[in-house]
Design a binder for this molecule. Structure first.
Ligand SMILES: CC(=O)N[C@@H]([C@@H](O)[C@H](O)[C@H](O)CO)[C@@H](O)CC(=O)C(=O)O
Length: 320
């Protein structure tokens, strides 16, 4: 049985994996990164080796080392560390799940295998069950991200009876815009103490209305403080302020989405805002262009998320 931790709530930063200019993992900045999230952004939960962390572009050995470093540097500073252990190979996924348990992680998450794909709910559940069983004391989260995995099995369907199959199941990380599916996941599981973690940052307010208990996302690395203001307004039932915060965040995300936004751009923005060098992404991704960085910077300034003096652009060269 999974150890019942405090339910994962609030913002969870989908961490970036910092890299050197030569494409190796830059472990040396992870301590500074933890402090930045906690002290500057008010974010105390992290999701490691996910999409933003380029988990599927790292070797198993690198994924283990990254997870260990976040655990070590986050000790006594972070509330919860969830490690994404999804992989195409069940064996690798199980190895990573066992490793997450050994290093004391607070939970594991798994995406659907996306090359030889599960074709229905039962097949997917069987895969997830085998991974979860490798870490029987760890809370298990299903990471639903159909646009990237191509596995379109509805989360609502998957959750139906899931705890009987996976006793450690503790929640859903829902990275999709289908709010009908998300709402039904919440509605049909009201008596269960699942965590419903929404993963589309620009739509978080709508998901909070639907019953999201928290959120995992890339923008909480650098817009955590702003998003926390929205969560507080929502909590206090000040819906007008909450909406203003969400619109503000949307203006920025909408702007960068139109320029072309993904993991590479997240690395560049985080470098710009935090001053911590995140380095280039790993191929096939390409680093963000100079034009993107300049436009994103202007947008952040114009939206007053950060005064220009807050922007620590000493590391801009490494992103250009
Ligand atoms: C497709 C994608 O990367 N989605 C992001 C969002 O945070 C996304 O960057 C944001 O909503 C902007 O569109 C997260 O859901 C990903 C995530 O949580 C992760 O890195 O595992």
């Amino acid at each position: 049985m999974a150890s019942r931790k405090k339910k994962l709530q609030g913002l969870v930063a989908a961490t970036i994996t910092p890299m050197t200019e030569h494409g190796e993992i830059n472990f040396s900045v992870i301590g500074q990164y933890v402090d930045y999230l906690v002290e500057e952004q008010g974010v105390k939960n992290i999701f490691v080796n996910g999409t933003t962390g380029e988990g599927l572009s790292l070797s198993v050995s690198e994924r283990r080392q990254v997870a260990e470093e976040w655990m070590t540097k986050g000790r006594n500073k972070l509330d919860q560390v969830v490690i994404h252990v999804g992989a195409l190979s069940l064996k690798e996924s199980q190895e990573l799940a066992r490793h997450a348990a050994e290093i004391g992680a607070d939970g594991i998450a798994v995406i659907a295998p996306f090359f030889l794909k599960p074709w229905n709910k039962d097949v997917l559940i069987n895969f997830l069950k085998e991974v979860a069983a490798a870490a029987p004391a760890l809370p298990f989260y299903y990471y639903h991200i159909p646009a990237l995995t191509g596995v379109k099995i509805r989360a609502e369907e998957l959750l139906d009876g899931i705890q009987e199959k996976i006793p450690t199941f503790q929640g859903l990380k829902f990275s999709d815009t289908d709010l009908l599916d998300f709402g039904q996941c919440v509605d049909q599981n009201r008596e269960r103490q699942f965590a419903f973690l929404f993963g589309v940052d620009e739509q978080l307010l709508s998901a909070l209305v639907m019953g999201a208990t928290g959120a995992v996302g890339s923008t909480y690395n650098y817009l955590g403080k702003k998003t926390n203001q929205m969560l507080e307004a929502f909590e206090q039932k000040d819906f007008s302020s909450a909406l203003n915060h969400q619109f503000c965040i949307q203006r920025f995300i909408n702007f960068v989405l139109k320029l072309g936004f993904g993991v590479s751009q997240t690395k560049a923005i985080m470098t710009l805002v935090s001053g911590i060098p995140m380095g280039p992404p790993r191929p096939p991704l390409q680093r963000a262009s100079r034009e993107f960085i300049d436009e994103a910077k202007a947008s952040l300034e114009s939206l007053d998320f950060l005064s220009s003096t807050d922007l620590k652009d000493g590391n801009l060269e490494s992103c250009s």
